[in-house]
Write a protein that binds this ligand. Structure first.
Ligand code: FAD
Length: 436
């Protein structure tokens, strides 16, 4: 058979394309492996809740799952197979499961080593304590749209339950705890049913969304809000979503009580006594829409209640030119300290009670180390804050109490998860170890 030189015209570009694909796939595999190793070294291997488990025997390594995931770099292709390389950043979109052409991905709660506590709920979102309902991410399913739908459905059930009771002076039909998507939707539902209700929120409007990084693009499917009607969010920035919620409050007259944490719920004869930092509220039913991120851990030192003490960094620019103390040694503390050090004229001190940042990712440790070396961050390892004043802080460092001038304190000392709160309230929870 005679060799046709025309074949080369077709074969060469194909070989070049194939070569490019192989080199590119290897580069991406190396990058994904590096992210995976870094997270394993830092012990960041446990996804917070619902997450994919990939069967390597079925996975083709086509990358459809990684491309479908709206969060960046959560999934990667390592050595030809999909892997959850950034487990703690998985928020349970489930898009990977839908995109996999071979059915290699199942979605599960918890892992074999770390169980996830999921409250036991009826189809009407009622807990094992009759009259206490749960909606949104606390029930196990993440995502804004799910939270909205569940908030609405739970209030449908509360409204039906309320008909059983006579109105009583000083006893509300409902207390809604939390003002994220589930709490807002439930509050609008309560307005629609003309229930007497109160919404209390430990922080500000919007729930977890308010704490996303600045400019984060939020992906959310259409949903229907009581009173407001259909909303088509699609892809919006966090800021636009928050301004939408603010507008909803303005238009409807919904008035949640902010900066009011609920600390306990007690069952009385035919109502609940809901303890908030501001006092006690009585209600026939309670809806917990408190998400799963919990309550920031406090240091428990004098002066922590001052206005310039915060627990999350939302907008680093507001600290330009200020003296800021960051407390903590995990990823959030290190990321915040580095962000603040990038602001013009900001003096950053990082105080951590440990001797090394063992629980943080290598990239954050390296970033902080470089900033310490150039003098942009003052590092105080093995130190403990003793007191916070209006214009300074007292820190115990190497056995001596030092006072530093300070305009703002950012405490990143982790969070208290809501599971204990549920148990204290008598709500049954089930621990899931990798259950679908
Ligand atoms: C980084 C990140 C990115 C995400 N991106 C997306 C996305 O693109 N699309 C999407 O659909 N979902 C996304 N999610 C998930 C989504 O934010 C959550 O699923 C959703 O906010 C859950 O709503 P929720 O109302 O159940 O709870 P939350 O939004 O968590 O709100 C709970 C509220 O309850 C308050 N609270 C807690 N305890 C108490 C108490 N004791 N007393 C009073 N108030 C209390 C909290 O302060 C909070 O405001 C993301 C999550 C994260 C962390």
């Amino acid at each position: 058979m005679r060799f046709d030189p025309l074949l080369l015209v077709y074969a060469l570009p194909l070989v070049a394309l194939w070569g490019f694909h192989v080199v590119n796939a290897r580069r991406k595999s190396r990058q994904a492996r590096a992210v995976l190793d870094e997270n394993r070294d830092a012990g960041l291997t446990e996804p917070p809740s619902l997450h994919p488990v990939i069967d390597p025997a079925i996975c083709l390594g086509c990358g459809a799952c990684a491309r479908a995931c709206p969060e960046e770099k959560v999934l990667g292709i390592v050595d030809g197979k999909a892997m959850l390389v950034e487990p703690t950043a998985c928020i349970g979109h489930g898009a990977c499961h839908a995109a996999c052409p071979t059915g290699a991905i199942s979605l599960v709660f918890g892992t074999a080593t770390r169980g996830v506590d999921i409250p036991v709920l009826s189809p009407q979102f009622e807990t094992s304590v009759p009259g206490i309902f749960i909606a949104g991410e606390l029930g196990g399913m993440g995502l804004i749209r799910n939270a909205i739908e569940q908030g609405c459905q739970a209030v449908d059930a509360v409204a039906a339950r309320s008909k059983r009771f006579e109105k009583a002076e000083g006893v509300l039909d409902l207390v809604i705890v939390g003002c994220g998507p589930a709490g807002i939707a439930a509050s609008l539902g309560a307005m629609k049913y003309r229930l007497s209700f109160l919404t209390v929120e430990q922080s500000s409007l919007g729930g977890t969304v308010a704490h996303y990084p600045r400019g984060k693009v939020v992906m959310t499917s259409p949903a229907t809000l009581p009173i407001v009607g259909d909303v088509r969010f699609g892809e919006v920035t966090k800021e636009r979503l928050l301004s939408f919620w603010t507008d909803v409050l303005d238009r409807t007259g919904l008035a949640p009580q902010f900066e009011q944490r609920v600390t306990a719920i007690r069952s009385e004869q035919d109502h609940f006594s809901v303890e908030t930092l501001g006092g006690i509220v009585l209600a026939r039913s309670v809806l917990l829409a408190i998400g799963r991120r919990g309550t920031p851990r406090e240091l428990g030192v004098p002066g922590e209640d001052l206005d310039h003490v915060v627990y999350r960094l939302i907008d680093p620019e507001q600290y330009a030119g200020k003296q800021v103390l960051v407390v903590g040694g995990g990823d959030s503390a290190l990321e915040a300290a580095a962000e603040l050090a990038g602001q013009p004229g900001t003096h950053v001190t990082l105080s951590y009670r440990g001797g090394a940042y063992a629980r943080a990712r290598a990239r954050n440790r390296d970033r902080v180390r470089a900033l310490v070396e150039t003098g942009r961050i003052v590092e105080m390892l093995e130190s403990e804050v003793r007191a916070i004043f209006f214009d300074r802080v007292a820190i115990d460092w190497a056995g001596q109490v030092t006072e530093l001038p300070c305009d703002a304190v950012l405490i990143c000392a982790g969070g208290l998860l809501p599971t204990q709160f549920l148990r204290d309230t008598g709500i049954a929870v089930e621990t899931k170890f990798g259950t679908a």
